[in-house]
Design a protein around this ligand. Structure first.
Ligand code: AMP
Ligand code: ZN
Length: 139
């Protein structure tokens, strides 16, 4: 993908603050960090988001994210992390190359929760669970 900024980072055509990389995945610092130490993990091969990423590639991204998250408390002094992914413009995705955000957390108040939870309509929950479950059994 010629115009994709994360493809360019993956191929070292443009610079990034790289934390870790191999032939398939790369982790680098987010240029506009939500908190100190905010890291992005990407597959080197272009995929748009969770809808189209190959399962094997997704597992490699997750695996690197886990390795990075595990050392963050010791290296950065954070007490937790949020793992975040946006799939689709409607879900706030801005860069259309798959990425996981690893956001180290230091204080509860430093970020806002991105959603407000409300008590469920049980009939709707049952219907949604059934529809998804049926679709999965057909695949
Ligand atoms: P999203 O809104 O989930 O698509 O997140 C895209 C993220 O990519 C944002 O947090 C940006 O700050 C980050 N970003 C965009 N360009 C770069 C870049 N050249 N290097 C590092 N991070 C970037
Ligand atoms: Zn790309």
């Amino acid at each position: 993908m010629d115009e994709c900024i994360f493809c360019k980072i993956a191929s070292h055509s443009i610079p990034a603050y790289v934390v870790s990389e191999n032939d398939e995945v790369m982790a680098f610092a987010d240029i506009n960090p939500a908190t100190k130490g905010h890291i992005l993990v990407i597959p080197k091969s272009h995929a748009t988001n969770l809808f189209d990423i190959e399962e094997a590639s997704f597992i490699k991204v997750l695996s690197l994210a886990k390795r990075i998250a595990r050392v963050m408390p010791e290296v950065l002094g954070c007490s937790g992390i949020n793992l975040f992914h946006s799939a689709g413009k409607i879900a706030w995705q801005e860069v259309m190359h798959f990425h996981l955000h690893i956001v180290p957390r230091y204080r509860r108040e430093e970020l806002q929760r991105p959603f407000v939870s409300t008590p469920a309509n049980k009939t709707e929950l049952k219907e949604i669970a059934l529809r998804l479950s049926r679709k999965l059994s057909n695949k």
